[in-house]
Design a protein around this ligand. Structure first.
Ligand SMILES: [Zn+2]
Length: 308
């Protein structure tokens, strides 16, 4: 937490400066909420990308840049987290979150506290993530949520991972073709990624409610598909892919990222935040909303992300 607090003032955000430290075994990484350099330089801080802010939240930045697998890791954050970060944290397999007590006294939390209670904490409970409030100086910890011993979240649509002998353009096309036959017209993402030993894998992810939620109960499924304000419990396939690769310690290979349709604005900003420069799109006619198309035009014109 000390690491996060030391860098929080360096956040480029003018009003809400937030920092996070991700740690596991023998490594740690700290990030603030910030604009990816390409977006800041080419588009600027004051423009939205489609209907999404151009920033990456500190918690999500930690996951996207984690040097090793995030599965089982812990996170310290200066502020209570938003539902989108909660989804990313859950998908990245993070198991414990510590929140600085001062974050609960800020204006930002007073305005957004409801999202934290109604969504962020519910997401953590489903994913089996422990959430604690921390007083550093007093060395005091208070439990906000603790998951039952040995709890394993259900997983009815895991991100698929398969071994590859080699990665090239032909193999990529073949893998996409096969996946299109399996997933039909559903929205999904596919990518090639490497583990730390250099082994290559092909991964595919469908849109799905965030980790721990299932679509097997029709009533719950309907609930999950209904957004609460500007947030929903659905994790879009590009985000799922980014977070699940981080969870498994896999590095996505540049040039080998596919989405069956134009991703949402937020998915595209996260792709940029993850350092990707190119995406292959299955069907340019399809997009969840018009904002995604607008985001594509902005990022493509600025030369930040290439679309094939
Ligand atoms: Zn957030």
């Amino acid at each position: 937490m000390q690491d996060a607090i030391e860098i929080v003032a360096t956040s480029a955000h003018p009003t809400n400066k937030i920092a996070a430290t991700l740690f596991h075994d023998d490594w740690h990484l700290s990030k603030t909420n910030d604009w990816p350099p390409a977006i800041e330089k080419q588009i600027g801080r004051d423009k939205k990308i489609g209907n999404s802010s151009g920033t990456i939240h500190a918690e999500t930045a930690c996951v996207l840049h984690a040097p090793h697998a995030t599965g089982g890791a812990s996170l310290c954050i200066t502020d209570p987290f938003c539902p989108n970060c909660a989804k990313n944290i859950a998908e990245a397999g993070i198991k414990t979150i510590y929140l600085d007590h001062k974050g609960f006294d800020k204006d930002f939390f007073r305005r957004r506290g409801e999202d934290f209670e109604n969504m962020s904490l519910r997401i953590c409970a489903h994913a089996g993530i422990g959430v604690y409030k921390l007083w550093r100086k007093e060395k005091r910890i208070e439990t906000i949520y603790e998951s039952p011993e040995g709890f394993l979240p259900p997983d009815d649509s895991p991100v698929q991972q398969e071994n590859l002998n080699e990665a090239n353009e032909d193999v990529f096309k073949k893998q996409i073709q096969q996946a299109v036959e399996i997933h039909k017209r559903r929205k999904f993402s596919l990518c090639f990624a490497r583990d730390e030993d250099g082994n290559v894998f092909c991964l595919t992810a469908r849109a799905h409610p965030v980790t721990g939620y299932t679509m097997t109960d029709p009533e719950e499924a309907l609930d999950l598909l209904t957004p609460i304000g500007k947030y929903s419990f659905i994790q879009e396939p590009v985000n799922r892919m980014l977070m699940n690769c981080a969870r498994r310690g896999l590095k996505i290979m540049q040039n080998y990222f596919y989405c069956s349709q134009i991703p949402t604005s937020r998915e595209q900003v996260n792709l940029v935040g993850a350092g990707l420069k190119r995406i292959t799109i299955g069907d340019f006619e399809r997009c969840r909303d018009r904002h995604g198309r607008h985001a594509m035009e902005q990022l493509s014109e600025a030369g930040i992300l290439q679309y094939f």
